[in-house]
Design a protein around this ligand. Structure first.
Ligand code: HEC
Length: 284
């Protein structure tokens, strides 16, 4: 806990100075994982690491609403959309190939650091790169609708595989350091960091919502969300969710698939190391 507070201070200082994000080692990252996970396992003693795959539904503070979620998960509303995504995945391009022929990272390994370009590859970015390489139109909205559905389809093949993002490359460690800084830095008119809500206040309520633990974030994404469904766009990727959370503190959201949210996704995925993938999921 002390270290978590120190991290948040360090991030705050880094944001006010012009200095670049500090380099970080593989050993330090492993230690971060241990401390982050240890914090939540202690805060929620009834839960195992695997339980955190269900987001807020895992928390005892949410127990009264969990039954309803379970009933909905038995016959999830997204089923027909998942069938549609499967068809879209194998639908032939003009050149006869399909998304099934794309050169994607195998297994539950996204986001993947690409040493050749120094870039962090997300599944959304790779799907669009593949479409482009095959002369097809890219998917413009990268945070909901068709893209989210396709990502849900692709990732769902690896359900049950434990999160194991590779952070061994120094380039990947830079992405991690950047994501960690964004996670712990205060922002917006409300001056809140991600950690203020999802670490220090996890399990507490804010405006009728219980705040999920930061541990497990991303493991269920893309999700089908009741709140988004009301506006007719139920699917959302993790970057869509980040955008909503950034707006909640009255800050301008970063761009979906931009560097900031990619780094954040990397950081959150590393923190969730060892938790089994469970895609898609339902959220309120
Ligand atoms: C003012 C409090 C607040 C802040 C700050 C905040 N969030 Fe959230 N966040 C919420 C609420 C409320 C929800 C919906 C309930 C839940 O799942 O926690 C949520 C949900 C999420 C979820 C979905 C979890 C799931 O499994 O469905 C993710 C991921 C997330 N936030 C990430 C972030 C990140 C990253 C940041 C920093 C950029 C952030 N949040 C900042 C309040 C906050």
């Amino acid at each position: 806990m002390k270290r978590l507070l120190m991290l948040s201070l360090a991030a705050g200082i880094a944001m006010t100075g012009a200095s670049a994000v500090q380099a970080i080692s593989e050993a330090e990252i492993s230690k971060d994982i241990e401390e982050f996970q240890g914090f939540f396992l202690k805060r929620f003693p009834g839960l195992t690491l695997d339980d955190f795959q269900d987001g807020v539904n895992a928390l005892p503070q949410y127990a009264a609403r969990r039954a309803n979620w379970e009933i909905n998960m038995d016959f999830p509303q997204y089923e027909p959309e998942m069938d549609k995504a499967a068809t879209e995945w194998s639908a032939p391009f003009a050149n006869g190939k399909s998304l099934a022929d794309c050169d994607l990272a195998p297994g539950n390994t996204y986001p993947v650091f690409d040493a050749a370009s120094g870039d962090l590859r997300t599944i959304e970015g790779d799907i669009n790169a593949c479409l482009k390489a095959n002369g097809e139109e890219v998917i413009k909205n990268v945070k909901r609708g068709k893209m989210a559905r396709l990502v849900a389809h692709y990732k769902s093949q690896f359900n049950g595989e434990r999160m194991a993002v590779d952070y061994s490359d120094p380039g990947a460690q830079d992405w991690y350091a950047k994501g960690r800084q964004i996670y712990w830095a205060k922002r917006g008119q409300l001056n809140f960091s991600c950690a203020d809500c999802h670490v220090h206040n996890s399990g507490n309520s804010v405006r009728g919502d219980v705040l999920s633990a930061g541990l497990g974030h991303g493991v269920g994404f893309p999700v089908w969300r009741t709140k988004w469904q009301v506006a007719g766009k139920p699917w959302g990727t993790i970057h869509r969710r980040y955008g909503g959370c950034t707006e909640q503190v009255r800050a301008h959201p970063f761009k979906a698939q931009g560097e900031e949210y990619k780094a954040l996704e990397f950081y959150e995925s590393v923190m969730s190391t060892g938790i089994p993938l469970k895609v898609p999921s339902l959220r309120q």
